[in-house]
Design a protein around this ligand. Structure first.
Ligand code: CA
Length: 185
């Protein structure tokens, strides 16, 4: 039994049914949402492992949903869109989407992407640093967020406050890829 939970956000009934039918054959658990507002509620209450997101929804633009979800969650978001323009893809990926599938798509290709994203997250969470109190340990590097100090092999490293902030942020999100924009924020 495959326990991964998938949230399907799609207002087009035919496409939604195609996706959910395929998910069922693969034993995924899923919830569906037809509107952006429902998608945000489900993202919080259902806590999916992966979100499949159509960009063109009746009440909200998918990009806005990606941005909102990224405010509190790193869950993989796979955009499924009829928009085939490079700028739409770039905008979605920049907003924090992990993958982009263009309609019409082969259901099994979509499943392969879902699996790949679940595997990637599992690998990252295994690689999470061990936490000792407020300190993050990365091999020879120890980051003490309370004291704002970084030591390597027990020796203090000189970092600017900005440098420290950036390093501890990246360390706390090990394995995630950030856009320059996200880091600046
Ligand atoms: Ca749509």
């Amino acid at each position: 039994m495959n326990k991964a939970k998938i949230l399907v956000v799609e207002d087009d009934k035919a496409v939604r049914n195609l996706i959910t039918t395929t998910l069922e054959t693969q034993n995924y658990q899923y919830h569906t949402a037809e509107k952006g507002s429902e998608a945000l509620l489900e993202a919080v209450s259902f806590q999916p492992d992966v979100m499949l997101l159509d960009l063109g929804l009746p009440d909200m633009d998918g990009i806005a949903i990606i941005e909102k979800v990224r405010g509190w969650s790193g869950m993989p978001i796979i955009v499924i869109s009829a928009r085939n323009e490079d700028k739409d893809k770039i905008e979605a990926l920049d907003a924090g989407a992990d993958d982009y599938v263009t309609k019409p798509f082969a259901p099994m290709e979509l499943m392969a992407r879902v699996k790949a994203n679940i595997r990637r997250v599992a690998m990252v969470s295994q690689a999470q640093p061990e936490s000792k109190g407020e300190a993050l340990i990365f091999g020879r590097l120890s980051i003490d967020r309370e004291k704002s100090s970084v030591t390597k092999d027990g020796e203090d490293l000189e970092l600017t406050p900005r440098g420290f902030e950036l390093l501890s942020y990246l360390a706390a999100h090990a394995g995630k890829v950030f856009s320059r924009q996200e880091l600046m924020e």
